[in-house]
Design a protein around this ligand. Structure first.
Ligand code: FAQ
Length: 333
C-alpha cells in the first residue's frame, strides 16, 4: 500500500447539501477565499489532511538536505561551496517553518520527528536517489527545485493561513535555488565535452524522478479531489507535471541538452508537450521504502538525531534552570 490512507473523509467529496451546519459554513468560507486560521473551527479531515501534507513537506525539506550535503566538501570552487552551504541551510529553515505550521494544528514536532525516524511518515520520493557527480547539484537545483516551485507557488494561495504564509518565504528561496542549479548546468554545458556529458548524465538520471515528484497520475491520486475542494491543493498532479515539462524543455534546449524521453512531442492542439510513459512501478517502490537510498536516508536522519541528543538535553537543562531562577526571583519579590 503506497498511501498512508489517512482517512481524510468519505470516498467522495460531500456536496453542500450533505454537510452539517459547521461544515457548510466552513466550506463557504473556503470557497470565498477566506483564510482558515489555527483557532477557527475546521473539519477533522481538513486538520488531518493538512497535518499529513505539511509534515510530509517538512520531512522532505529535512531529508532533502542529505543528497546535496553529500557534495558540500567536494564543491569545485569556494564560491560554489558557499552557495551550496547556503542552499542546504535554507532547506533546514524550510523544514522548521513547516514543522511550525504543522504544530499550529495541534501536533507536536516531537511526534512528527518520531514518525519520520521510525519510517512511518513519507517524504518526497526524489530524495531517495543518489547524487553521483557534481552535475547532480546542478540537476537538483534546476529540476528538483524547479518542480518544487511549480508545486509550491500555488500553495501560497492555499486555504490554511500558516501554510500559505510559510510558502511565500519558501518560494522566494526556492527561486534562488533553482537559479543556482541552472547556473551550474550552464557552466558545465559551456565547458569541456566531458563536463557537458556529465550534465547530460545528470539530466538523464533526474528527469523521470523529478516528474514523479508531482505525485501519481490524477486517477490514482487518492487525496486530490477532497484536497482541492478544501483548497489545500490548488491544482491536480498531472496539471502541474505538464506545466513543469512545458517550462523545462526550452531550458534544456538552451543548455543544448537532450530530454531523455523519445516520446516527448509538442502537441499543437493542446499547446503543451506530450510525454512518454512514466515508470509508476518505480515510483510505488520508492514511496514504499524500496528506492535506491531509502534505508541510507533514514539511517542518516536517525544518526543525526542520536548525535544531537546531548545538545537537546543541554537546551532543556538550560530552559529548566532559567525557569527555576525566574520562579525563585518571583517568589523573593
Ligand atoms: N513522494 O493522493 P496523492 C522540495 C504520496 S519539497 C512521496 O496525490 P497528495 C524542496 C502521498 O503522500 C518536495 N510520496 O497525495 C527541496 C499519498 O500518500 P499518503 C515536497 C508521494 O498529498 C528541493 C499518496 O502518495 N513537496 O523538493 C509523492 O494529494 C531540493 C497519494 O498521492 C511537498 O511536499 C512523492 N513524490 O499529493 C528540498 C509539497 N507523491 O499520505 C531539498 C506539498 C504522492 O496517503 C532540495 N505536497 N505521494 O500516505 C503536495 O503538494 C502534495 O502532498 C503532493 C501529493 C502533490 C506531493
Amino acid at each position: 500500500m503506497y498511501a498512508q490512507m489517512v482517512k481524510t473523509e468519505a470516498d467522495r467529496v460531500k456536496t453542500l447539501a450533505e454537510m452539517d451546519e459547521c461544515e457548510r459554513v466552513f466550506q463557504e468560507r473556503v470557497d470565498r477565499g477566506v483564510k482558515i486560521e489555527p483557532k477557527d473551527w475546521m473539519p477533522d479531515g481538513y486538520r488531518k489532511t493538512l497535518i499529513r501534507q505539511i509534515s510530509q513537506h517538512a520531512h522532505s525539506e529535512i531529508v532533502g538536505q542529505l543528497p546535496e550535503g553529500n557534495w558540500i566538501s567536494r564543491a569545485p570552487t569556494l564560491q560554489r561551496k558557499v552557495i551550496l552551504l547556503a542552499k542546504v541551510q535554507d532547506e533546514a529553515g524550510h523544514g522548521l517553518y513547516l514543522y511550525g505550521a504543522a504544530e499550529t494544528l495541534g501536533v507536536s514536532r516531537d511526534e512528527l520527528t518520531a514518525q519520520l525516524l521510525s519510517g512511518r511518515a513519507k517524504y518526497s520520493s526524489i530524495f531517495n536517489y543518489p547524487t553521483l557527480s557534481w552535475a547532480d547539484m546542478g540537476a537538483i537545483g534546476w529540476l528538483v527545485d524547479g518542480a518544487a516551485i511549480m508545486n509550491q507557488v500555488p500553495l501560497q494561495r492555499c486555504s490554511y493561513g500558516p501554510y500559505a504564509r510559510a510558502m511565500i518565504k519558501v518560494c522566494k528561496e526556492e527561486s534562488f535555488h533553482q537559479r543556482q542549479g541552472f547556473d551550474i548546468m550552464m557552466s558545465l554545458c559551456r565547458g569541456s565535452a566531458a563536463q557537458k556529458a556529465m550534465a547530460q548524465d545528470a539530466l538523464d538520471r533526474w528527469w523521470a524522478p523529478s516528474l514523479m515528484m508531482f505525485g501519481p497520475p490524477d486517477e490514482h491520486s487518492v487525496h486530490s479531489a477532497q484536497s482541492k475542494a478544501w483548497k489545500i491543493k490548488i491544482n491536480g498532479n498531472d496539471e502541474l507535471r505538464h506545466k513543469f515539462v512545458d517550462q523545462t524543455v526550452p531550458q534544456a534546449k538552451l543548455l543544448g541538452l537532450e530530454i531523455p524521453d523519445p516520446d516527448l512531442r509538442w502537441n499543437e492542439a493542446r499547446g503543451s508537450y506530450d510525454i512518454g510513459q512514466i515508470d509508476w512501478e518505480e515510483f510505488f517502490q520508492v514511496v514504499g521504502g524500496n528506492g535506491p537510498c531509502n534505508r541510507e536516508r533514514l539511517a542518516a536522519r536517525n544518526k543525526a538525531h542520536e548525535d544531537g541528543a546531548w545538545f537537546r538535553d543541554g537546551l532543556m537543562a538550560h530552559a529548566d534552570k532559567t525557569k527555576a531562577r525566574q520562579q525563585s526571583q518571583g517568589e523573593a519579590a
